[in-house]
Design a protein around this ligand. Structure first.
Ligand code: GLC
Ligand code: CA
Length: 568
């Protein structure tokens, strides 16, 4: 099989834009649609084919737009519908595609459906959400912990009942068991498909089928709350509802979807993305970005490279190419910057950024990048809670401090490494004030190192992270083994080297990555071919070491051995 027989989305490079932090053109300190339009040539030059836009819909921004007030309107911060149309046209004119974010597990509490729903028990919209009486003791129906901390049920005075909110009270969960809700969601997607968008990233899509008996969850360590996820994650009707969306809306438009599915397993991913099932095209694995999660929820621990490798083995084995498709990523608006977590954001910033980039780019799946990744952006050294604008950081702070007795120091130490805010830092374009992101006051504090880390600097340097990404993305498309090859891990227990092969009938690729900040001897045993007899496809190596005895700190080297050479 060659790439030309693969559907476009399998070989595409998809670049996520968090509009608020991308590029501001009117000086209000907030990124906007004209700002994105202005950068399309740049994205093309980088090698991106498709853009996924985080939410820009009308919203009170209690969760940065993942709390939608009106699915048909654009938040004025980002521009007008005409600006949106111009952006879409600009993309299509360049042969690029656009995926929108579809936050449909919940709405804002200011969405007219919820405003109606909460107004009276007899409202025609009552059943759009989950309303329940208090238990006999006056307590909420369950003690499920919300994702932002605190209760998943919120008492509402108007009608004297609780409503379900798995995230925060301003994000009530929609009741997908109600056909009118499903119709409402279909209408929303249809509206944007009629405008010509190419697909969606489906937010928290495996939470849409809840057990309406609402049983109590499982006990949680260090918490008075319970974990209710067995009653709402990948629920009984989740596949049925997604298939219905697919049949009624997605397939007729040829739309492509990538699912954000919380704690998804490879087995569930097969159910969600198997081509015969006609549900979603891809899902994001998460195991590989959670290896540095601490033992206690919300805590952090040093990366264990052997464990990291096992997460990829698990997905390659559990989700074979014929059974579905993963969407690989390191960074997003929900992740602190990977270079600061799995790489080295000081001495080896650029080098470790390149290593991480290539280490994931050779995995079978569609590659997703996030703005700023291509210039090796890193976490910000913020040490005050006020520098972190994400409401989740603040609710975690209250929870950790009040309920679990963490000190401010401990909380800020973890936030410095893991807070989502680092993913939301404004893009660093150049050396001008505020990194050229805005001429006004940026909506959140900039990374103070922007004079050193910015695109302008990278463009001027042939050895930069940007230049490396450019090479990598161009090269990726030509390696058929990435899309159709087997995966084999070398030296599974090695604590620093992450080495694997991808092989099909045309080629064998050998990917050698060093996750250590020290030089590491390169084992000879287990290599699929003599390195001297293969082509060095890509490397970030600084010194030539003809004997190849060691790997440099954070080195990546990719070798290719073509089978056709031997066959002909
Ligand atoms: C998704 C979004 C995240 C948001 C959550 C709740 O996980 O990516 O940013 O907080 O949904 O809407
Ligand atoms: Ca603006």
């Amino acid at each position: 099989m060659t790439q030309t027989t693969l559907p476009w989305w399998k070989t595409a490079v998809i670049y996520q834009i968090f509009p608020r932090s991308f590029n501001d053109t009117n000086g209000d300190g907030i990124g906007d649609f004209p700002g994105i339009l202005e950068k399309l040539d740049y994205l093309q030059e980088l090698g991106v084919d498709t853009i996924w836009l985080s939410p820009f819909y009308d919203s009170p921004l209690a969760d940065m737009g993942y709390d939608v007030r009106d699915y048909y309107k654009i938040h004025p911060d980002y521009g007008t519908m005409a600006d949106f149309d111009a952006l879409l046209e600009g993309l299509h004119a360049r042969g690029m595609k656009l995926l929108l974010d579809a936050p449909v597990n919940h709405t804002s509490d200011e969405h007219p459906w919820f405003v109606e729903s909460r107004s009276s028990k007899d409202s025609a919209y009552r059943d759009y959400y989950f309303w329940r009486d208090a238990k006999e003791d006056g307590q909420s129906p369950t003690d499920w912990k919300a994702h932002f901390g605190g209760h998943s049920w919120k008492w509402d005075e108007t009608t004297g009942q609780y409503y379900l909110n798995l995230f925060q009270p301003k994000q009530p969960d929609l009741n997908w068991d109600n056909p009118a809700v499903r119709k409402g969601i279909q209408d929303f997607l249809t509206f944007w498909l009629d405008k010509g968008v190419d697909g969606f990233r489906m937010d928290m899509i495996n939470l849409i089928s809840k057990d309406q008996r609402f049983p109590e969850g499982e006990p949680l360590a260090d918490s008075r709350f319970t974990d209710g996820s067995i009653h709402y994650r990948h629920g009984e009707r989740v596949n049925e509802y997604i298939r219905e969306l697919n049949q009624n809306v997605l397939s007729p438009y040829g739309a492509v979807t990538v699912g954000e599915a919380e704690a998804v397993t490879p087995e569930e991913a097969v159910e969600l993305t198997h081509p015969d099932r006609k549900e979603l095209q891809m899902v994001f694995p998460f195991d590989h970005v959670e290896v540095d999660d601490g033992k206690q929820e919300g805590d952090w621990q040093q990366l264990d490279v052997a464990k990291l490798k096992q997460t990829f083995v698990k997905w390659h084995d559990g989700l074979p190419a014929e059974d579905g498709w993963p969407a690989w990523f390191w960074n997003s608006h929900d992740q602190a910057r990977i270079v600061s977590r799995y790489g080295d954001d000081q001495t080896y910033r650029a080098k470790s950024a390149m290593m991480l980039a290539a280490c994931i780019a050779f995995m079978r799946g569609t590659l997703f990048l996030f703005q700023g990744e291509e210039i090796g952006m890193i976490n910000a050294p913020f040490d005050a809670l006020d520098d972190y604008p994400d409401p989740m950081t603040h609710s975690k702070y209250r929870e950790k401090k009040l309920e679990q007795g963490w000190s401010d120091e401990k909380f800020l130490h973890v936030a410095r490494i893991k807070a989502r805010d680092h993913g939301r830092l404004p893009m660093q374009w150049n050396r001008r004030e505020h990194a050229g992101f805005t001429t006004g006051t940026p909506w959140m504090r900039m990374h103070p190192d922007w004079p050193a880390i910015n695109l302008e600097a990278d463009l001027a340097n042939e050895q930069s992270v940007f230049r490396f990404y450019q090479k990598l993305l161009a090269l990726r498309k030509e390696q058929s083994a990435i899309f159709t090859g087997d995966f084999h891990l070398l030296w599974p227990d090695h604590p620093d080297l992450f080495a694997y092969t991808r092989a099909n009938e045309e080629q064998t690729l050998l990917i050698l990555c060093n996750y250590s900040d020290e030089a590491v001897p390169l084992p000879r045993e287990g290599l699929p071919f003599a390195l001297e007899e293969a082509e060095l496809l890509l490397t970030n190596k600084e010194n030539s070491d003809r004997l190849r005895e060691v790997m440099e700190p954070f080195e990546i080297s990719v070798y290719n051995r073509s089978k056709s050479l031997h066959l002909s």
